[in-house]
Structure formats: C-alpha cells, structure tokens
Design a protein around this ligand. Structure first.
Ligand code: GAL
Ligand code: ZN
Length: 648
C-alpha cells in the first residue's frame, strides 16, 4: 500500500487557483493532465477566501476547483486552510497575533500570523478543519490532508501573556511543584529562586544571558505547543474522515521542532526541500535530510515541496541549471520519497513569491521550465515501480533535538562554533560519498539492526540513553563534547562524558576549544575548533595530539568496540575507514551519488563532467529501457535508475 490510494509515484505541486481568474483554471487542469500531474496541494492559504466573514462560507469556488481536478484525474492534497487566519478574525482578536521576544506584537500582512497558544486561533482552526472535512470528506479527489503549512516557518514562538500562561501550565505538568522547577533550572544561580509558577515567564529579552535551562524548556514547549495545534486539527479530521492520511509538510532538518515527536503524530511524513543551486555541497546536505525523513517513520515519505528552479527568499536566488531539477527530483526518490511535488504549479503574478519558479513559468508552455515539467512527468511514469520500496541501512547517525537545543544555546557554552548540522554532515558526507546507506535514529532506540552507530555529538545524554548505547554490541563512535549534561542541562557528576564514562573508558578533564583559525595536529590528521584534555580510564589511545598544549595526550581513544573522538578532525576518514569492514558500499567517482532503494540502484551524477561508473550489478535502466552491465558513462547531471537483475 502506498502513502495514498494513488498508484505509482505522486507528481504535482501547490496550486493556488484563487490567485487566478476562473478562465485560467481550465487551462491549468488541461496542462496538469498533459504533464501527468496526479496530485495538487490546494487551499493552503485559502481561509480568507473560504470564510470571508465570520460564519459566512464560500466553498463554491473550491468545489469547482476540486471537481475540475478530479475530472482530469488529479487528486487533492487538501489543506485545512489554517496557515493564515483571515483579517476579520485577527481584527476581532488582535491578541491572537504573535509577540516577539522584545514584546513587539507582529502585524497582519504576511502569513502564519497567529500565537501558537491562542485559544481563539485554535478554536477557529479546528472549526475550519471540521468545515473542510464535512465539505470534502467524501469527495473522490481527496487523497490526503495537509494540516497547516510548515509549522514554525515564520512563527515558532510567541512571548505574549497567553503563551506565558501556556508555558506555565506546561511547566507545572513537567515539574508538579515549583521546587521541582527550581531544582531543574538551577535557580540558585544568579538569584532566580521562584516561589510560585505564576512568577515564571518565557525567556524574553533580558539584561544578560537567560538561564539556559529555562531556554531549553522553552524550546521543548514551543515544539509541543505547535504540535498541540496540529493534533487538535488532526482530531477534528479523524472524527469525520478516519481513513484519510494526515500530514504536515516538514522543513528538512529544522532546529525548532522535534520531528521524532511530530512524525509519530502523522500518518505520513512529508518534506519541503530547497537545496541551494549555488552551493556545490547542497546535494549532500539534502541527502542527509531525506534520510532523516525516511528514518522518521522508517519507510517511504513524500517530497511535498521543492523548487523547479529558483526560489525567492535567498539574498541571491540562483536558478537550477539544465538537468539539476530532474537530478534533484530523482535524488529524493532514491532516498525514499514516493513522489515529487513542487512549489508551485503556476508562477505567481503578484505577492512575495512572484519570482519563485514554478512548474508552469510566467512565459507559459514555450519555456524550458515547462519542457522540464513535461519531461519529469514522463520520467516519473517510467519509475513508478519504485514506489513503496524501502532501504536497509547498516549505519546510523544519532540525532536528538533536546540535545541540539541545549548545545546551541546562546551565550553560555565553551564555544559557539559547535553546530549540530555541521557535526552530522562531517560524518554523513564521507558515508554518502561511499554509497553507504545511513539511517538517523533518536538516542535510546534499540540499535541492534546496525553494524555501525555514530553519535557525532550527544552533549545531552541521560542515564537511560547511555544504557541503550551500552546495550549495543556493534561498532560505536562518539564525537566530542558528549555526555556532558542531563535533561536539565546540568553537568553530570564528575564531568564529561558522564554516563558514557564506563562505555568509553575515558574522562574529559577540560574542554579545549580552539580559537578561530587555530590548528591542532593529531596522529590522525588536523583538528580545528575543538579539542579536549582527556584522561584514559580503561580505553587505549588510537591517536595522540601532536604539538601545542595538548601534546602527547589522547585525541582519539578506543575501548572494545567504542571509539571516542576528543576533537573535531578536519576529515574523519582515518577514523571511519577502518570501521567500515563488511558494510555495503558502492564505489563511484567523486560527485556521483549511489543509492540503493529496494531492488533498484540510483546513480546520480552531480558533476558537470561525464563520469565513468562500474555497475555493481547488471540491470535495466528504467529511464531509458537500456540493459546495462559492466562499465558505463554517466553524462553530466544525468542519472541511471537500475532495476537490479534477479533482485526483488
Ligand atoms: C515554503 C512554503 C511555500 C512557499 C515555498 C517557497 O516554505 O511552504 O508556501 O512559500 O516555501 O519556496
Ligand atoms: Zn502568544
């Protein structure tokens, strides 16, 4: 069974017919059908057109749109229309607009203009979701529900009194007593002892650094508060359409929301991905986020938004050169997406996104953009057998949101240079270059399916999470500055690596962050940014620091199957390579990506030169129908999707 009841791969994009006169809709539907579009995302920002005045609904136009799509064989990824509350509601209840950390209330006139904790917004959003489900729940075009839109894109947090009250309720539930909160937040520091929950406020702009434990709970709360909104709408939809799958579009590896928690609340994971065409490493970054999407619910997911060419929100919006849109689309499929969807169908005439590319550009059907849309539609039909298949990874990277939040807390860390995404990429990139499949896992998960588990950084590590790592029998790598604090950002007794001490056989005596530009040599290459003064407690040194203040001290250690790295190596390959014995890899030239998905092998040439590849298996290229074996040459930005012979 696929993600929806639609067979094969999904293809289409956001469709905003309310931005166009009705005469245009017929052409839209005709051209969508011509391109092979089988799903359109509709009504994402339509609330003010569907309910122009309180209680006065105007569903007629959307009825006609959805009927028209249906007549052309196009299903609807139907939004609940709640991503922008309408002006009448905002003017009736100005208190529902979000307030920033400086206490400034943000105006209407953009989108996501709501306080996540506003009971008014929630009540009306649930009412709107209910109205949509009642209206369209039985419509044969309805394939899936799209709740909200990119939660936390513009509004992750709100500092208004309503949000403050919500935060206090959340804290009371977590700590029960104010004594519990004082202990967890360490309020004896800087004289912050509270005597009632009523005295606690969100971490608004303060004279100096705000208590990091308070900020950490605020991050947890903000993710949970938005999730409550999602769940409230989901419950309303479920009551009326129990069988229609529900999603909300994620934003790749987003700092603000704990996607492990969020994905568990969804029926299917969907993602919006906008790799920067100007960044030559963007295909590696986006591969990492696609692998996260695949890992979130351990199976296929859906690329719900991507850009056909340029976006409109960077400083400089570089277009995708010929071939890149197709290549990036195939890349999403390789990493488990069951379709390719875009923002958006028809390029806008007005508004902040009028220069954002679309499947049907301003110039219409005579453009290269349109030809690319048609060609991709044809490719996706050739690839439909890929839908539904999964990837088996032998390597996992550990990713935890609370640890990330605590690590990147401003103003109180030994160094602000440790950025989790970069730390993940430092390991992911060389694995990716070797065609090795990688899962992401939350700490605490059973790790027995993997041969190699890498925790690039686990600044926060609880005793329970440490137990899961101890129970793991395979090869383990733990990166620097791990096992430092507990779930309240309090340093473990005896210091780092806290509960990981026995497993790793070391103690970190002192963190040794390196000044910008400083290099520390080690027996396994140069390190920058970070080093540590390590004492061996059962581990053996694998490499020592060479020169400088740490000369002769251990830089990389091993105890049993557990490796610890007490610095940030420029290149982790010397540590990684010996740990890859027996792990499936596919040897390809640099810049060529090789990904197994089910019985298929994707080979993607991200370079602008032809690349020779030796096929590990013979098979049929689904894109061309050619039977391939042995050595082939991949043209610049070209791809092969091989159905592997004898594989099912
Ligand atoms: C996404 C958003 C879309 C559109 C797109 C443009 O963040 O969900 O509505 O704005 O970006 O790239
Ligand atoms: Zn608020």
């Amino acid at each position: 069974m696929g993600l929806t009841r639609i067979p094969g791969l999904l293809f289409g994009g956001d469709y905003n017919p309310e931005q166009w006169p009705e005469e245009v809709w017929a052409e839209d539907a005709r051209l969508m059908a011509e391109a092979g579009v089988n799903m359109a995302t509709v009504a994402v920002f339509s609330w003010s057109r569907l309910e122009p005045e309180r209680g006065v609904y105007d569903f007629g136009w959307l009825d006609r749109v959805i009927d028209l799509l249906h007549e052309h064989g196009i299903a609807a990824d139907l939004a609940t229309a709640t991503a922008t509350p309408p002006p009448w509601l905002v003017r009736e209840h100005p208190e529902m607009l979000p307030v920033n950390a400086d206490g400034v209330r943000l105006e209407f006139g953009s989108r996501q203009g709501y306080c996540p904790s506003s009971p008014v917004y929630r009540e009306h959003a649930v009412r709107m979701a209910t109205a949509m489900a009642e209206r369209y729940g039985d419509h044969p075009a309805l394939a899936m529900w799209h709740i909200g839109n990119e939660y936390a894109d513009h509004t992750l947090e709100c500092f208004c009194p309503e949000s403050a009250a919500h935060f206090r309720r959340w804290l009371e539930e977590r700590y029960a007593t104010v004594g519990g909160l004082n202990a967890a937040w360490g309020t004896s520091c800087w004289g912050q002892h509270y005597t009632s929950f009523g005295q606690v406020e969100p971490p608004r702009t303060a004279p100096g650094p705000v208590n990091p434990a308070q900020v950490l709970d605020w991050r947890r709360f903000c993710s949970d508060a938005l999730l409550e909104l999602f769940l409230a709408e989901k419950a309303a939809l479920r009551a009326i359409t129990p069988d229609v799958p529900v999603t909300t579009n994620f934003m790749s590896i987003l700092h603000g929301l704990d996607y492990w928690k969020w994905a568990a609340a969804e029926d299917l994971v969907s993602d919006d991905a906008y790799p920067d065409p100007a960044d030559p490493t963007s295909h590696v970054q986006v591969a990492l986020s696609y692998d996260l999407m695949r890992s979130l619910r351990q199976g296929p997911w859906l690329l719900l938004e991507s850009a056909p060419s340029a976006v409109s929100w960077r400083e400089v919006n570089v277009p995708k050169p010929p071939g890149m849109m197709r290549l990036h689309s195939l890349q999403a499929l390789a990493h488990g997406s069951d379709g390719v969807m875009f923002f958006q169908w028809r390029q806008a005439k007005y508004g902040p996104e009028k220069f954002h590319s679309a499947m049907l550009p301003h110039g219409g059907t005579r453009t290269r953009g349109w030809r690319d849309t048609l060609a991709l539609g044809a490719d996706l039909r050739r690839l439909s057998e890929v839908a539904g298949s999964d990837t088996r990874a032998q390597v996992a990277l550990v990713l935890d949101w609370p640890s990330w939040w605590a690590l990147e807390a401003p103003e109180s860390m030994p160094s602000n240079r440790l950025r989790l995404k970069e730390l993940l990429l430092a390991w992911y990139a060389p694995l990716h270059a070797r065609g090795i499949a990688v899962d992401l896992v939350p700490p605490g998960r059973d790790l027995s399916p993997y041969e190699l588990v890498i925790a690039p950084n686990l600044y926060m590590c609880t005793a329970e999470q440490a137990k899961a790592l101890e129970a793991y029998q395979g090869r383990l790598v733990v990166g620097p500055f791990s096992g430092v604090v507990d779930e309240s950002d309090q340093v473990h007794e005896g210091g780092a690596p806290g509960p990981l001490g026995d497993l790793l056989g070391i103690a970190v005596e002192e963190f040794w962050p390196l000044a910008d530009g400083d290099v520390q040599r080690t027996g396994l290459g140069e390190a920058r940014t970070w080093a540590e003064w390590i004492r061996l407690e059962g581990a053996e040194p694998v490499a020592l620091f060479e020169g400088g203040d740490l000369d002769g001290l251990p830089a990389v250690t091993r105890k049993g199957a557990a490796t610890y790295i007490g610095c940030l190596l420029d290149d982790v390959t010397p540590v990684l390579e010996p740990l890859l014995d027996g792990i499936d890899r596919i040897d390809v030239p640099q810049g060529v990506e090789a990904v197994r998905r089910g019985g298929h092998l994707f080979l993607l040439n991200h370079t602008t030169a032809p690349q020779p590849v030796t096929l590990p298996h013979p098979g049929t290229d689904l894109l061309t129908g050619a039977e391939l074996r042995g050595g082939i040459e991949l043209a610049p930005r070209d791809a092969v999707v091989l159905r592997i012979e004898g594989d099912k």
